[in-house]
Design a protein around this ligand. Structure first.
Ligand code: MG
Length: 172
């Protein structure tokens, strides 16, 4: 096995990739929605970028073990909050998406980090403007008994990391 291949195996996990994609779908998010966000982020720099390229980079990001671990942790906490299985004060903070909680954004940084610092700007942009699926997730999360406190940041972070991955590719 080449050096490059073994390095990739260390960072990637194919089995957990499928689980993460399924969990995202269960929470109302398709990979195509994330690819749309990535495309939106890169359009001004790479006007000829195709949707398929964006989707390919989203998949590449979700292959990474670090990304999977952050995504699974955040989604699980949202689900536990919805089921009423968290104790106070955490339960209310998550169900109300309390502004000063902040751990949802911190967890998302584990995802943004995988492609270096360009990701931070992209993540901040998405977090502020809430385009596409982020706005929808945010709105649905405000419904009674629903919790998307972690989900919106996870999605935004995956889209931002994919945009960074594209930027690195085209800078080469
Ligand atoms: Mg959040």
């Amino acid at each position: 096995m080449s050096q490059h291949k073994s390095e990739e195996n260390r960072l990637n996990d194919i089995k957990k990739y499928d689980i993460v994609v399924k969990r995202l779908q269960e929470r109302g998010v398709e990979l195509k929605d994330i690819a749309e966000l990535t495309l939106g982020l890169q359009r001004q720099y790479l006007p000829n970028l195709e949707y398929e390229d964006a989707l390919e980079h989203v998949k590449k990001v979700i292959m990474k073990r670090e990304v999977q671990n952050a995504a699974l942790t955040g989604i699980e906490l949202d689900c536990l909050a919805e089921k009423g299985l968290l104790s106070e004060p955490l339960s209310s903070m998550l169900l109300n998406d309390y502004g000063l909680y902040g751990v949802d954004e911190v967890l998302a940084l584990a995802i943004v980090n995988v492609y270096g610092s360009i990701g931070f700007t992209n993540f901040g942009y998405i977090d502020k403007l809430k385009p596409g699926i982020i706005g929808e997730i945010d709105k649905k999360g405000k419904e009674e008994g629903k919790c998307h406190t972690f989900l919106d940041d996870i999605i935004g972070a995956i889209a931002a990391a994919a945009a960074s991955s594209i930027a690195h590719r085209f800078a080469e």
